[in-house]
Write a protein that binds this ligand. Structure first.
Ligand code: NAP
Ligand code: GCO
Length: 266
């Protein structure tokens, strides 16, 4: 019988004071993992610690900008001495800038690449050596619909998430021999602060046009909830997925399978 237990495992979830990271960390904790997370600001780490405690989880929070390699190396060393070796890494921290490409500065483009692609490289590089010494580990990269599809205004984000899909496959290829499995989760459209602008109720009380668009593109006819990602994350973090490597598990309600709701009357 497959083992979904994470008892005795230490999981680092980046950017997990709230949103998808917070939901995934809760699910990993429920499966028995010790939770470690980071955020850029102490106030958000404190807020996150309180939110975890409300759910009965004694988490360990660290202030760290995941784009800063020195800070990440120092944080991982501190985690290893204070909590233990990171068995499970979830590269969740991410940003998006919705700007038409011709209006986007190279600086803005680089900032998105830095957080969404360079940072997963940096954090993975920091935890893999101890995973190898310990005999294995799990890395889960939070990809996106934009790992497969483009759309207007998200050129940097799509480039980053497409790159993250291939970084996932490359870590799987390079470190699978050390019993490290690296996979991705590709969420569909999830109701979090990051997508709040796309779901804003219009002045006349109607749904945001993008909200209506996503509902028509999703067979489940709903936005995802961050909690929808918990089970897939537990699977990829557990020994139940020891022979799954380099795979992107799309948790999208069927968006990638569906051409979209056909016009009524056809
Ligand atoms: P969110 O609500 O914006 O949360 C992002 C988290 O990342 C925040 O805690 C943020 O902290 C943290 N973060 C950002 N930059 C950071 C940095 N440099 N160092 C450390 N932490 C940093 O986003 P979300 O919707 O939960 O998304 C989480 C992940 O899922 C992202 O990678 C996103 O691309 C991906 N995703 C989201 C969706 C969706 O529909 N929501 C779908 C597919 C994929 P601060 O608040 O301090 O900035
Ligand atoms: C957007 C959204 C998406 C989601 C997610 C979809 O502006 O299109 O923010 O990018 O965040 O990545 O999987």
């Amino acid at each position: 019988m497959a083992d979904f237990s994470l008892k005795g495992k230490t999981a680092l979830v980046t950017g997990a004071s709230y949103g998808i990271g917070f939901a995934i960390a809760n699910a990993l904790a429920e499966a028995g993992a010790t939770i470690v997370f980071n955020d850029i600001k102490q106030e958000l780490v404190d807020k996150g610690l309180a939110a975890y405690a409300e759910n009965g989880i004694t988490a360990h929070g660290y202030v760290c900008d995941v784009t800063n390699e020195e800070a990440v190396q120092a944080m991982v060393a501190q985690i290893e001495s204070e909590v233990g070796v990171v068995d499970i890494l979830v590269n969740n921290a991410g940003i998006i800038k919705r700007i038409p490409m011709l209006e986007m500065s190279a600086k803005d483009f680089r900032q998105v690449i830095d957080v969404d692609l360079n940072a997963p490289f940096i954090v993975s590089k920091a935890v893999i050596p101890s995973m190898i010494k310990k005999g294995g580990g799990k890395i889960i990269n939070i990809c996106s619909m934009m790992s497969e599809l483009g759309r207007e205004t998200v050129s940097a984000y799509a480039a980053a998430k497409g790159g993250l899909k291939m970084l996932t496959k490359n870590i799987a290829s390079e470190y699978g021999q050390y019993n490290i499995q690296c996979n991705g989760i590709g969420p569909g459209y999830i109701a979090t602060p990051q997508t709040a602008p796309l779901r804003e109720v219009q002045p006349d009380g109607s749904k945001h046009p993008f909200d209506q668009f996503i509902l028509a593109k999703t067979p489940a006819n709903r936005w995802g909830e961050a909690a929808d990602l918990g089970g897939p994350a537990v699977f990829l973090a557990s020994s139940a997925s020891d022979f799954v490597n380099g795979h992107i598990l799309y948790v999208d309600g069927g968006i990638l399978a569906y051409i979209g709701k056909q016009p009524q009357g056809d």
